[in-house]
Ligand binder design. Structure first.
Ligand code: FDA
Length: 308
Protein backbone atom coordinates (compact mmCIF):
# COMPACT_ATOMS: atom_id res chain seq x y z
CA UNK A 1 0.00 0.00 0.00
CA UNK A 2 1.30 3.45 -0.89
CA UNK A 3 1.30 5.43 2.36
CA UNK A 4 2.40 8.69 0.75
CA UNK A 5 -1.05 10.19 -0.01
CA UNK A 6 -2.22 9.28 3.50
CA UNK A 7 0.84 10.85 5.12
CA UNK A 8 0.52 14.00 3.02
CA UNK A 9 -3.15 14.35 3.71
CA UNK A 10 -2.56 13.96 7.46
CA UNK A 11 0.23 16.54 7.60
CA UNK A 12 -1.63 19.07 5.45
CA UNK A 13 -4.75 18.57 7.58
CA UNK A 14 -2.86 19.14 10.84
CA UNK A 15 -0.91 22.09 9.35
CA UNK A 16 -4.16 24.09 9.27
CA UNK A 17 -4.35 24.06 13.06
CA UNK A 18 -3.65 27.57 14.37
CA UNK A 19 -1.77 26.38 17.49
CA UNK A 20 0.63 24.38 15.34
CA UNK A 21 1.13 27.28 12.96
CA UNK A 22 2.01 29.54 15.91
CA UNK A 23 4.45 26.97 17.28
CA UNK A 24 6.20 26.40 13.94
CA UNK A 25 6.29 30.12 13.11
CA UNK A 26 8.03 30.77 16.43
CA UNK A 27 10.53 27.90 16.38
CA UNK A 28 10.65 26.64 12.81
CA UNK A 29 12.51 29.31 10.84
CA UNK A 30 15.89 27.62 11.31
CA UNK A 31 14.44 24.56 9.52
CA UNK A 32 12.42 26.48 6.95
CA UNK A 33 15.40 28.47 5.80
CA UNK A 34 16.78 25.42 4.01
CA UNK A 35 13.94 26.01 1.52
CA UNK A 36 13.62 29.81 1.69
CA UNK A 37 16.16 32.40 0.51
CA UNK A 38 15.45 34.81 3.35
CA UNK A 39 12.93 37.36 4.56
CA UNK A 40 13.86 40.23 2.24
CA UNK A 41 14.24 40.99 -1.46
CA UNK A 42 17.90 41.81 -0.90
CA UNK A 43 18.54 38.38 0.62
CA UNK A 44 16.74 36.74 -2.33
CA UNK A 45 18.86 38.66 -4.85
CA UNK A 46 22.04 37.51 -3.09
CA UNK A 47 20.92 33.89 -3.52
CA UNK A 48 20.03 34.54 -7.19
CA UNK A 49 23.64 35.60 -7.75
CA UNK A 50 24.99 32.60 -5.85
CA UNK A 51 22.87 30.21 -7.93
CA UNK A 52 23.95 31.84 -11.18
CA UNK A 53 27.58 31.26 -10.14
CA UNK A 54 26.71 27.54 -10.07
CA UNK A 55 25.06 27.61 -13.51
CA UNK A 56 21.53 27.52 -12.09
CA UNK A 57 18.89 30.13 -12.91
CA UNK A 58 16.28 31.33 -10.43
CA UNK A 59 12.51 31.39 -10.53
CA UNK A 60 11.85 33.85 -7.74
CA UNK A 61 8.69 33.74 -5.67
CA UNK A 62 7.52 36.26 -3.09
CA UNK A 63 5.84 34.06 -0.48
CA UNK A 64 2.18 34.80 0.21
CA UNK A 65 -1.16 33.21 -0.58
CA UNK A 66 -4.89 33.12 0.21
CA UNK A 67 -5.14 36.85 0.92
CA UNK A 68 -8.46 38.05 2.25
CA UNK A 69 -8.38 41.80 1.59
CA UNK A 70 -7.98 44.02 -1.45
CA UNK A 71 -5.34 46.08 0.36
CA UNK A 72 -3.20 43.02 0.98
CA UNK A 73 -3.53 41.86 -2.65
CA UNK A 74 -2.55 45.32 -3.91
CA UNK A 75 0.40 45.47 -1.51
CA UNK A 76 1.69 42.07 -2.68
CA UNK A 77 1.29 43.17 -6.31
CA UNK A 78 3.36 46.30 -5.66
CA UNK A 79 6.01 44.22 -3.91
CA UNK A 80 6.17 41.75 -6.83
CA UNK A 81 6.55 44.62 -9.31
CA UNK A 82 9.47 45.80 -7.17
CA UNK A 83 10.94 42.30 -7.37
CA UNK A 84 10.65 42.27 -11.18
CA UNK A 85 12.30 45.68 -11.45
CA UNK A 86 15.13 44.60 -9.16
CA UNK A 87 15.71 41.46 -11.24
CA UNK A 88 15.81 43.73 -14.27
CA UNK A 89 18.96 45.35 -12.93
CA UNK A 90 20.82 42.02 -12.87
CA UNK A 91 22.39 40.40 -15.94
CA UNK A 92 20.46 37.13 -15.60
CA UNK A 93 17.18 35.68 -16.91
CA UNK A 94 14.23 37.28 -15.07
CA UNK A 95 11.75 34.56 -14.20
CA UNK A 96 9.30 34.76 -11.34
CA UNK A 97 6.41 32.64 -10.10
CA UNK A 98 3.18 33.92 -8.55
CA UNK A 99 0.15 32.48 -6.82
CA UNK A 100 -3.14 34.05 -7.86
CA UNK A 101 -4.63 33.85 -4.36
CA UNK A 102 -1.82 36.22 -3.38
CA UNK A 103 -3.19 38.68 -5.94
CA UNK A 104 -6.79 38.43 -4.71
CA UNK A 105 -8.23 35.44 -6.63
CA UNK A 106 -10.52 34.48 -3.73
CA UNK A 107 -11.97 37.99 -3.58
CA UNK A 108 -12.58 38.49 -7.30
CA UNK A 109 -10.93 36.75 -10.25
CA UNK A 110 -10.96 39.99 -12.27
CA UNK A 111 -9.01 41.72 -9.51
CA UNK A 112 -6.38 38.96 -9.65
CA UNK A 113 -6.28 39.28 -13.46
CA UNK A 114 -5.74 43.05 -13.21
CA UNK A 115 -2.95 42.60 -10.68
CA UNK A 116 -1.30 39.94 -12.80
CA UNK A 117 -1.53 42.24 -15.83
CA UNK A 118 0.40 44.91 -13.89
CA UNK A 119 3.10 42.38 -13.07
CA UNK A 120 3.26 41.18 -16.70
CA UNK A 121 3.64 44.76 -17.93
CA UNK A 122 6.56 45.28 -15.56
CA UNK A 123 8.06 41.94 -16.62
CA UNK A 124 7.75 42.83 -20.33
CA UNK A 125 9.92 45.89 -19.77
CA UNK A 126 12.78 43.72 -18.53
CA UNK A 127 12.15 40.75 -20.83
CA UNK A 128 10.84 38.78 -17.84
CA UNK A 129 8.66 35.67 -17.64
CA UNK A 130 5.94 35.08 -15.04
CA UNK A 131 4.76 31.54 -14.30
CA UNK A 132 1.42 31.17 -12.55
CA UNK A 133 1.52 28.44 -9.88
CA UNK A 134 -1.41 26.08 -9.65
CA UNK A 135 -3.11 25.96 -6.26
CA UNK A 136 -5.77 23.56 -4.96
CA UNK A 137 -8.53 22.13 -7.14
CA UNK A 138 -11.40 24.49 -6.14
CA UNK A 139 -9.25 27.22 -7.73
CA UNK A 140 -8.19 25.45 -10.93
CA UNK A 141 -10.93 26.91 -13.14
CA UNK A 142 -10.38 30.48 -11.95
CA UNK A 143 -6.61 30.15 -12.31
CA UNK A 144 -6.91 28.86 -15.87
CA UNK A 145 -9.44 31.60 -16.66
CA UNK A 146 -7.05 34.36 -15.53
CA UNK A 147 -4.11 32.82 -17.37
CA UNK A 148 -6.09 32.25 -20.56
CA UNK A 149 -7.63 35.73 -20.57
CA UNK A 150 -4.22 37.33 -20.45
CA UNK A 151 -2.49 34.84 -22.74
CA UNK A 152 -5.16 34.40 -25.40
CA UNK A 153 -7.40 37.48 -25.35
CA UNK A 154 -4.80 40.07 -24.36
CA UNK A 155 -1.84 38.46 -26.13
CA UNK A 156 0.68 38.34 -23.28
CA UNK A 157 3.38 35.89 -24.29
CA UNK A 158 5.43 36.17 -21.13
CA UNK A 159 2.97 34.29 -18.91
CA UNK A 160 3.28 30.59 -18.10
CA UNK A 161 1.00 28.16 -16.32
CA UNK A 162 1.31 25.01 -14.20
CA UNK A 163 -0.64 21.76 -14.50
CA UNK A 164 -0.68 19.07 -11.81
CA UNK A 165 -0.42 15.45 -12.91
CA UNK A 166 -2.41 14.16 -9.91
CA UNK A 167 -5.55 15.93 -11.14
CA UNK A 168 -7.71 13.73 -13.34
CA UNK A 169 -8.77 16.77 -15.35
CA UNK A 170 -5.28 17.92 -16.35
CA UNK A 171 -4.99 16.10 -19.73
CA UNK A 172 -8.27 17.73 -20.83
CA UNK A 173 -7.11 21.11 -19.48
CA UNK A 174 -3.95 20.78 -21.53
CA UNK A 175 -5.85 19.83 -24.69
CA UNK A 176 -7.97 22.97 -24.27
CA UNK A 177 -4.92 25.27 -24.25
CA UNK A 178 -2.53 23.34 -26.50
CA UNK A 179 -3.17 25.60 -29.50
CA UNK A 180 -1.60 28.43 -27.47
CA UNK A 181 1.68 26.49 -27.17
CA UNK A 182 1.73 27.24 -23.45
CA UNK A 183 4.82 27.90 -21.43
CA UNK A 184 4.03 25.03 -19.08
CA UNK A 185 5.42 23.62 -15.86
CA UNK A 186 4.27 20.11 -15.05
CA UNK A 187 4.27 19.08 -11.37
CA UNK A 188 2.72 16.19 -9.48
CA UNK A 189 0.66 18.43 -7.16
CA UNK A 190 1.20 19.48 -3.55
CA UNK A 191 -2.27 19.88 -2.02
CA UNK A 192 -4.68 17.64 -0.14
CA UNK A 193 -7.11 16.48 -2.82
CA UNK A 194 -9.96 13.94 -2.64
CA UNK A 195 -9.96 10.75 -4.73
CA UNK A 196 -12.86 12.06 -6.83
CA UNK A 197 -10.62 14.68 -8.43
CA UNK A 198 -7.07 13.39 -7.97
CA UNK A 199 -5.25 10.13 -8.62
CA UNK A 200 -3.83 8.75 -5.38
CA UNK A 201 -1.65 6.13 -7.03
CA UNK A 202 1.99 7.13 -7.61
CA UNK A 203 2.26 5.07 -10.78
CA UNK A 204 -0.73 6.81 -12.35
CA UNK A 205 0.54 10.26 -11.26
CA UNK A 206 3.94 9.53 -12.88
CA UNK A 207 2.33 8.21 -16.04
CA UNK A 208 0.16 11.30 -16.38
CA UNK A 209 3.17 13.52 -15.62
CA UNK A 210 5.05 12.04 -18.59
CA UNK A 211 1.98 12.28 -20.80
CA UNK A 212 1.54 16.00 -20.04
CA UNK A 213 5.21 16.78 -20.64
CA UNK A 214 5.36 14.85 -23.92
CA UNK A 215 2.08 16.27 -25.22
CA UNK A 216 3.15 19.85 -24.60
CA UNK A 217 6.61 19.34 -26.04
CA UNK A 218 5.24 17.60 -29.12
CA UNK A 219 2.85 20.53 -29.66
CA UNK A 220 5.69 23.03 -29.54
CA UNK A 221 5.21 24.61 -26.10
CA UNK A 222 8.11 25.45 -23.80
CA UNK A 223 7.98 22.82 -21.06
CA UNK A 224 9.47 22.59 -17.58
CA UNK A 225 9.42 19.63 -15.26
CA UNK A 226 8.89 20.47 -11.58
CA UNK A 227 9.96 17.28 -9.83
CA UNK A 228 12.84 16.01 -7.70
CA UNK A 229 12.36 12.42 -8.77
CA UNK A 230 15.63 11.59 -10.54
CA UNK A 231 14.12 8.72 -12.55
CA UNK A 232 11.35 10.94 -13.89
CA UNK A 233 13.79 13.70 -14.82
CA UNK A 234 15.89 11.09 -16.63
CA UNK A 235 12.88 9.72 -18.53
CA UNK A 236 11.99 13.21 -19.77
CA UNK A 237 15.60 14.03 -20.61
CA UNK A 238 16.16 10.78 -22.58
CA UNK A 239 12.82 11.09 -24.40
CA UNK A 240 13.42 14.71 -25.42
CA UNK A 241 16.93 13.87 -26.66
CA UNK A 242 15.65 10.87 -28.62
CA UNK A 243 12.93 13.02 -30.22
CA UNK A 244 15.49 15.64 -31.17
CA UNK A 245 13.73 18.40 -29.26
CA UNK A 246 16.04 21.42 -28.99
CA UNK A 247 17.26 22.01 -25.45
CA UNK A 248 15.98 25.61 -25.45
CA UNK A 249 12.44 24.20 -25.54
CA UNK A 250 12.57 22.45 -22.18
CA UNK A 251 14.09 22.81 -18.75
CA UNK A 252 14.27 21.18 -15.35
CA UNK A 253 12.93 23.13 -12.41
CA UNK A 254 13.51 22.24 -8.78
CA UNK A 255 12.79 23.75 -5.41
CA UNK A 256 15.60 25.65 -3.76
CA UNK A 257 17.33 23.57 -1.09
CA UNK A 258 16.55 20.13 -2.52
CA UNK A 259 18.62 17.74 -4.69
CA UNK A 260 21.70 19.87 -5.21
CA UNK A 261 23.75 17.15 -6.95
CA UNK A 262 21.05 16.27 -9.45
CA UNK A 263 20.70 19.93 -10.43
CA UNK A 264 24.39 20.46 -10.77
CA UNK A 265 24.81 17.35 -12.89
CA UNK A 266 22.15 18.55 -15.33
CA UNK A 267 23.57 22.07 -15.46
CA UNK A 268 27.05 20.66 -16.18
CA UNK A 269 25.61 18.68 -19.10
CA UNK A 270 24.29 21.95 -20.55
CA UNK A 271 20.61 21.67 -19.65
CA UNK A 272 18.66 24.62 -18.34
CA UNK A 273 18.08 24.22 -14.62
CA UNK A 274 15.94 26.65 -12.66
CA UNK A 275 15.52 26.79 -8.91
CA UNK A 276 12.17 27.93 -7.53
CA UNK A 277 13.42 30.43 -4.98
CA UNK A 278 10.94 31.68 -2.38
CA UNK A 279 11.53 34.56 -0.01
CA UNK A 280 9.43 36.65 2.34
CA UNK A 281 7.67 36.54 5.68
CA UNK A 282 4.79 34.23 4.83
CA UNK A 283 6.82 31.00 4.73
CA UNK A 284 4.61 28.74 6.85
CA UNK A 285 2.20 27.34 4.19
CA UNK A 286 5.07 26.72 1.76
CA UNK A 287 7.11 25.02 4.47
CA UNK A 288 4.22 22.81 5.59
CA UNK A 289 3.82 21.52 2.01
CA UNK A 290 7.52 20.61 1.99
CA UNK A 291 7.10 18.71 5.27
CA UNK A 292 4.10 16.90 3.81
CA UNK A 293 6.17 15.68 0.86
CA UNK A 294 8.66 13.72 2.91
CA UNK A 295 8.25 12.02 6.32
CA UNK A 296 12.00 12.40 6.99
CA UNK A 297 11.62 16.19 6.85
CA UNK A 298 8.97 16.19 9.56
CA UNK A 299 10.99 13.82 11.76
CA UNK A 300 14.03 16.08 11.37
CA UNK A 301 12.04 19.13 12.52
CA UNK A 302 10.38 17.33 15.42
CA UNK A 303 13.73 15.96 16.61
CA UNK A 304 15.31 19.41 16.33
CA UNK A 305 12.49 21.06 18.26
CA UNK A 306 12.64 18.44 21.01
CA UNK A 307 16.37 19.12 21.38
CA UNK A 308 15.60 22.84 21.69
P1 FDA B 1 8.47 12.95 -4.77
O1 FDA B 1 7.55 13.31 -3.65
O2 FDA B 1 7.97 11.98 -5.79
O3 FDA B 1 9.84 12.42 -4.18
C1 FDA B 1 10.98 12.10 -5.01
C2 FDA B 1 12.26 12.39 -4.25
O4 FDA B 1 12.47 13.80 -4.22
C3 FDA B 1 12.23 11.98 -2.77
O5 FDA B 1 12.68 10.68 -2.58
C4 FDA B 1 13.13 13.00 -2.11
O6 FDA B 1 14.46 12.55 -2.17
C5 FDA B 1 12.99 14.22 -2.95
N1 FDA B 1 12.06 15.18 -2.34
C6 FDA B 1 10.78 15.43 -2.70
N2 FDA B 1 10.25 16.40 -1.94
C7 FDA B 1 11.19 16.75 -1.07
C8 FDA B 1 11.24 17.69 0.00
N3 FDA B 1 10.22 18.47 0.31
N4 FDA B 1 12.40 17.78 0.73
C9 FDA B 1 13.47 17.00 0.43
N5 FDA B 1 13.48 16.10 -0.58
C10 FDA B 1 12.36 15.97 -1.30
N6 FDA B 1 2.88 21.93 -6.71
C11 FDA B 1 1.67 22.48 -6.98
O7 FDA B 1 0.65 21.92 -6.59
N7 FDA B 1 1.58 23.66 -7.68
C12 FDA B 1 2.68 24.30 -8.16
O8 FDA B 1 2.55 25.33 -8.81
C13 FDA B 1 3.95 23.72 -7.90
N8 FDA B 1 5.11 24.31 -8.34
C14 FDA B 1 6.30 23.65 -8.22
C15 FDA B 1 7.45 24.17 -8.80
C16 FDA B 1 8.64 23.46 -8.78
C17 FDA B 1 9.86 24.02 -9.45
C18 FDA B 1 8.69 22.17 -8.13
C19 FDA B 1 9.95 21.35 -8.09
C20 FDA B 1 7.57 21.68 -7.51
C21 FDA B 1 6.37 22.40 -7.53
N9 FDA B 1 5.23 21.91 -6.90
C22 FDA B 1 4.02 22.51 -7.16
C23 FDA B 1 5.33 20.79 -5.93
C24 FDA B 1 5.04 19.44 -6.56
O9 FDA B 1 3.69 19.36 -6.91
C25 FDA B 1 5.38 18.29 -5.59
O10 FDA B 1 4.59 18.40 -4.43
C26 FDA B 1 6.82 18.23 -5.15
O11 FDA B 1 7.70 18.56 -6.19
C27 FDA B 1 7.15 16.79 -4.62
O12 FDA B 1 7.05 15.87 -5.66
P2 FDA B 1 8.38 15.34 -6.40
O13 FDA B 1 7.98 14.75 -7.70
O14 FDA B 1 9.37 16.46 -6.46
O15 FDA B 1 9.02 14.29 -5.43
Amino acid sequence: MDLNPLYRSLVLGVANQKWLERLVRTHGWRFARRYVAGHTLEEALDVVKRLEDQGIHALVDLLGEMVTSEEEAAAFTGEIVRLVQALGTLPYPRWISVKLTQLGLDLDRELARDHLRRILDAARKVDGVVQVDMEDSPRTDATLWVWRTLREEEGYENVGIVLQSYLKRSPADLQAILHLKPNLRVVKGAYKEPAEVAWQDRGKIREQFLELVRTNLAAGGHTATGTHEAALVEEVRAWAEAEGIPRERYEFQFLYGIRRELKQGLALQGYTVRDYLPYGEDWYPYFSRRLAERPENLLFVLRGMAQG
